[in-house]
Structures are given as C-alpha cells and as structure tokens.
Design a protein around this ligand. Structure first.
Ligand SMILES: [Zn+2]
Length: 214
C-alpha cells in the first residue's frame, strides 16, 4: 500500500481542498490511501473515513497539533485532542491508542518545527523523514538520521495544501500495522514550488556569501 501520511483539507484554516477532492487526487496518483492531518482537528479525517471506502481508499484519521514546543501529528485518532502542551498532547494521542509522530523536525525555516531533545521522545513512535514541503533536502536528511539514531519509526508525506501536491511523498507498507512496527519504505519528491524556493534560497545565500548585499 502506498499512503501519503500528511495531507490537509478544508478543515485546516490554511487549506481549501474539499475532502473528496483530496481522496480523488490521491487515487488518481496511484495511492491506496491518505492520512488526513488537518491543523488542530480530526474533522477532515472523520469525513474522509466516511467516504473513502466507496472510493476504494484507506484513510488514517489524524491531526497536526500545535503545542508549546512545536507540531506533533497524531495518527489513528478517534477523538479530538484537547491539550496544547507538548507532553499532554503526546499523552492524549497515546491514551487514544494513537501513533505519535514529529513532522518536519529539523525544518528551521518553519517556526512550528519541533526540535526534539531526548527527553521529548517519550511516547513518540515516528519521525517524518520526508516532507515534500521542506525547502532544503538537508532538513529531511537530518530527520532521517535522527530517526535512525533513536530507533524511531518513519513517516513521510506531501504536507499537501493544494491538490497538485497530494501524493508527492508517502510510505509503502504491507498493512497499516506496519506503521506501528516501523516497517516502512519512504518515497517522495519535493513539490515543484518548493524546489523553486530552494533554488532561490541557494542563490540568495550564494550572493550573501559573495558580498552582493551590503
Ligand atoms: Zn501539515
């Protein structure tokens, strides 16, 4: 099964995609399912779950929660997560029997990135080691090294906020249970818009180094 583990829908404040369109786009790109990880709510995931079966798609109900320390994704949720403090959010996810994942942990260009310390790994199952919206490949490489060093499972996703991003990244698994066991293969390419941004950023850095700007 190929699953994009990080998509948003109109239930996120910064996204307009109807849930059905996300599922259709995922199917059209040859995916078997998506994890819907809207900001702060499982409403999109629940809606997807209701309609996914008719489309022959798998849905993982999730949410991307902003905490005092950065964002955490909960997968396999059944209820809204109410806490806002990092440790309490992780506890709530685990209390529901969910899987806790740190998305884009080393993306220093996003203020919502949680830079994990060892103490913060309690209860964490997965690290998102490929996020197609990361502007620099290094951010994903660092996440993969971190996951390996700490024997954590892997996750990957497009972080799609627009339809053409759906399926840019994800995981290949035998069954959903593999996610809990960390038996995962990752696939992904950066979204074209983010590749362009990366090229611009590199150019700007080069010019800075060369003293183009006073
Ligand atoms: Zn996201």
């Amino acid at each position: 099964m190929r699953i994009d583990m990080h998509v948003h829908t109109r239930h996120s404040m910064d996204c307009r995609m109807p849930v059905i369109d996300v599922l259709r786009a995922a199917k059209a790109r040859g995916l078997d399912g998506v994890a819907v990880t809207d900001h702060g709510t499982i409403a999109g995931g629940l809606e997807a779950k209701r309609i996914a079966e008719d489309l022959g798609m798998v849905t993982i109900v999730g949410a991307e929660m902003l905490t005092d320390l950065g964002e955490v994704i909960g997968y396999f949720l059944t209820e809204e997560v109410k806490a806002h403090r990092y440790l309490e959010v992780v506890d709530e996810i685990k209390g529901q029997g969910g899987v806790a994942c740190i998305p884009h942990p080393f993306d220093t260009l996003r203020s919502s990135s949680l830079r994990p310390t060892q103490e913060m790994l309690r209860g964490i199952d997965l690290v998102e080691v490929f996020n197609a919206r990361c502007v620099l490949q290094r951010f994903n490489d660092d996440a993969l090294s971190f996951a390996r060093e700490n024997a954590l499972g892997l996750s990957a996703g497009s972080d799609a906020h627009t339809l053409d991003e759906v399926g840019n990244a994800g995981v290949t698994i035998g069954s959903l249970e593999d996610l809990r066991r960390g038996r995962i293969e990752v696939f992904g390419t950066s979204s074209p818009a983010h590749k362009l941004l990366a090229a611009k950023l590199r150019k700007r850095l080069r010019r800075l180094r060369e003293g183009f700007y006073p």
